[in-house]
Design a protein around this ligand. Sequence first.
Ligand code: ADP
Length: 485
Amino acid sequence: MRIMQASGECFPYSKTGGLADMVGALSKALAAKGNEVQLVTPLYRGILEKYPDIRPLEWDLDLSLGDRTVSGSVYYLEPLKNLTIYFIDQPDFFHRPGIYGEKSEDYSDNAERYMFFSKAVVNLARYLPQPPDILHAHDWQAGMVPVYVQHEHFRGGWHPAPKTCFTIHNLAYQGNFPSTAFELANLPGDYFSPHGVEFYGQLSFLKSALVFADHLTTVSPRYAREILTEEYACGMAGVLQARAKQLTGILNGVDYEDWNTTSNPHLDYPYDAAHLDGKDRQKKKLLKQMGLPSNRKAPLLGVVGRLVDQKGGDLLLPALHATLDLGYQFVLLGSGMPHYEEGFQRLAKDYPKQVAVQIGYDNALAHKIEAASDFFLMPSKFEPCGLNQLYSLKYGTIPVVRAVGGLDDSVVGLEEDPASADGIKFSEYGVTALESAIRKAVEVYQDTVLFNQLRQNGMAKDFSWERTSEEYMTFYQGLLNPQRQ
Ligand code: ADP
């Protein structure tokens, strides 16, 4: 199969979150299985300098954006057999300090930027000498892609057009813009209706994809069920219910080439399930690096992630305040909403021997925290898949999670099945529930046998993309041959 992926970010070239990891790893795994994979993503500032093998493609983009024509160009890289990455270059749009914005503020012209990107993707899909069979777009930044494929297929003579699939990585990010942004689409006016790209008077990139893609997927089976309910649908329940038969949940995998403990350039001490002394040494080293005293008796609880409401920041701070007298240590790496950043920094000042906080983005430190921690906290309000709990399991770090979305699908809680448990789970979204889970973690740490059993169970789990990519291939085959489904 020839499969084109379209995404606003892709690891290792650009990343703000799990989307980048997923798109990069899925593409690699599909290519390794003999599919021809084309991945299209913006050429953000700094990528060319970091990857000098990226070459210009002889390809001019002159794309309408409302009443103006915006030019761009395309670069490409073939990092692996069967994988070509196409980078869309438009310096005014993409050579900026941030990806989607700066200092917690979105760029004000994101509608222009990602409308241009979506049009560029479709331009490549239609006119490349080797057009794709499947066009797989991800999240709102590529949300207009399925609209253009349908439009050009039904009204522009594109035969055969690729089948389109759209993956929802997070329904909370919708790319909604004032109705005036519809002009940028250069589509006939009838598209701007409740049955089309309009969402309560606005242009919604995400809703456009939900309506026009041939099939929808999301990144865990439980999230696929949750988003059919008002509580989790972020206003899109009606649209999603209408497409429930074309909505599939496939749990994300992990790229173990990047996320492993045995040959990882970001870790100082390799280790595996049978040799955990490297993990102890990594813990000692991290504590020192983060300015905390070493204390064998104290479990280390870690957090890495975006500091936003979704991730349960409003639970974490009060629950930590209420339980730090248990004597554990806590490290956090993250950035996001200023009041959370300040709250965690204050906590570190108040508990200098127990709490260390680094505000910012640091991939190497993320690996070190995953490896050094005994427990990893993810009290999310909602979690489409979540990757950090999957990394934690592999790193022998026991995840403490709220039973929601992909967290529920990937972690077995002690109370569910003590023999196969690899984590600690709680259900209610509340401070008291998280406090109890933290208390449970401290208790488990003191019970060496149980602690090791949870660890070993987690390390034995396999969430490799090798397996998960098979699910996508079966799903793509079904899209191409619907009669076989
Ligand atoms: P989301 O995509 O909602 O942010 P995920 O758990 O799916 O959450 O993926 C987050 C990814 O981003 C993980 O690979 C995580 O390690 C990484 N990450 C998040 N924040 C940071 C940070 N401040 N520094 C380094 N890596 C981070």
